[in-house]
Design a protein around this ligand. Structure first.
Ligand code: GTP
Ligand code: ZN
Length: 198
């Protein structure tokens, strides 16, 4: 299931979350009944369901849906995949880019499925480290490639808007399996994702 428009939202769940948002709005000193805010709890309820829809989705099934037999065994890289997630500590966004590479082992995967896998795991309450591993393990266990690599670079709103209030820090996480555990292969990947031609 994925949410494309508001009609697809579960009415019971939306109602429950809407009531909670109404309470939050009143508790922070606003008036949830004032004109500009009347529809806000419902919008926020739907936005929250959109941002956490990954719990209803199966990333392995998405990959399995587009695996093709092919003897190509060079590195395949999809880089600069934009991602938006919610940190599980503050439920504030963290956002940035994912870079994914794999070396096929008899099967290639439809390219669009890699960003789809990123979205399935990003649309949950996450820490950047687990998000990185979720993507890595899903590709490794489903596609069973000769190797897989995932790098995520992200900025965390909980470190920008509040707390330590650092606007320019970027957190990088990475994971490597199979051939990418070898330093030359890993370095080739890291070089390609940092070049404009990669
Ligand atoms: N490792 C990791 N930490 C994260 C991530 N997102 C947020 N955090 C951190 O989670 C930590 C929670 O620490 P706490 O001390 O319990 O929370 P806090 O008092 O709000 O901390 P401050 O953010 O330092 O004000 C903070 O250091 C956040 O920066 C993430 O994806 N990975
Ligand atoms: Zn946070």
């Amino acid at each position: 299931m994925s949410y494309h428009n508001f009609e697809e939202y579960n009415i019971k769940v939306t109602d429950k979350i809407r009531n909670q948002y109404s309470n939050i709005i009143n508790e922070v000193g606003e008036d949830a009944a004032r004109e500009g805010l009347v529809k806000t709890p419902e919008r926020a309820a739907k936005a929250m369901q959109f941002l956490t829809q990954g719990y209803q989705q199966d990333a392995a099934e998405i990959l399995k849906g587009a695996m093709f037999k092919e003897n190509y065994s060079e590195m395949v890289i999809v880089k600069n995949i934009e991602l938006y997630s919610l940190c599980e500590h503050h439920m504030l966004p963290f956002f940035g880019k994912a870079h994914i590479a794999y070396i096929p082992n008899g099967h290639i995967v439809g390219l669009s499925k890699l960003p789809r896998v990123v979205d399935v795991f990003a649309r949950r309450l996450q820490v950047q480290e687990r998000l990185t591993h979720n993507i890595l393990e899903c590709i490794n266990n489903t596609l069973k490639p000769q190797g897989v690599a995932v790098v995520i670079e992200a900025s965390h709103m909980c470190m920008m808007m509040r707390g330590v209030q650092k606007q320019n820090s970027v957190t990088t996480t990475s994971g490597f399996r199979g051939q990418f555990e070898k330093i030359e292969t890993r370095n080739e990947f890291l070089k390609l994702i940092s070049s404009d031609l990669g």
